[in-house]
Design a protein around this ligand. Sequence first.
Ligand SMILES: Cc1cc2nc3c(=O)[nH]c(=O)nc-3n(C[C@H](O)[C@H](O)[C@H](O)COP(=O)(O)OP(=O)(O)OC[C@H]3O[C@@H](n4cnc5c(N)ncnc54)[C@H](O)[C@@H]3O)c2cc1C
Length: 203
Amino acid sequence: MLNKVASTPSGTTTVCTGPWLDSHADELGVPVVVQRKVQIWFTPKTDAFDASRCPAFLVDRAAFIETFYGFPDLGDGVKAAFHTGGAITSMDRIDRVVSTDDVAPIRAALETWMPGAGDRICSAAVCQYAMTPDEHFIVGVHPREPSVIVAAGFSGHGFKFSPAIGEIIVDLAVDGASRLDTDFLAPNRRLGITQQAPERGGA
Ligand SMILES: Cc1cc2nc3c(=O)[nH]c(=O)nc-3n(C[C@H](O)[C@H](O)[C@H](O)COP(=O)(O)OP(=O)(O)OC[C@H]3O[C@@H](n4cnc5c(N)ncnc54)[C@H](O)[C@@H]3O)c2cc1C
């Protein structure tokens, strides 16, 4: 996994390469796959979706093909995207071009939930989630390399946990163990039989 390891005061190295870890994750036990995510910003028809009047939202309804979320207009349009779903891919093959097939279901969901919000597209972007099968993170000592700490597989919800993850990594690097219960994040934790890795595709 590591070609060059710089020496550090704690004698450990932390690998936190996000979705770029995927091709090395098989060494861990818990697989990581890259999932393509499309986000669209729309210019709404009215000012009803300004941040001063409209909250951020996450909607999980049978009417939508996937869990749907977005942000009000903070000056750059209403952001809308699906939290779940998306093609399984890899960082060297991910399709960065936003197509009409990407836009249509997002716009339909937005117009169903917030009519008038999806009037015109102002921008769009493709990003990626680094998914584990159980959607828990991978934070712990590498099963075969005791001097390597892995922090990855944040499954689209890692940002808000940054302070706790940082604390765990420091504990592992300095003391060799975390004061927090991190068994459910272990790189080689046991997965349920329904939590096998999806196949890597080419989108
Ligand atoms: C559209 C979108 C919306 C999101 N919304 C939320 C949210 O609302 N709340 C939330 O909690 N989380 C959210 N997330 C998830 C959150 O952004 C991720 O969980 C988090 O960024 C993962 O952090 P990371 O450090 O593992 O990976 P990254 O942030 O991807 O960082 C990995 C870094 O490693 C570097 N790197 C890779 N390979 C190497 C190498 N060989 N050498 C040196 N550096 C390397 C990369 O350049 C990169 O800077 C969202 C993600 C996306 C894509």
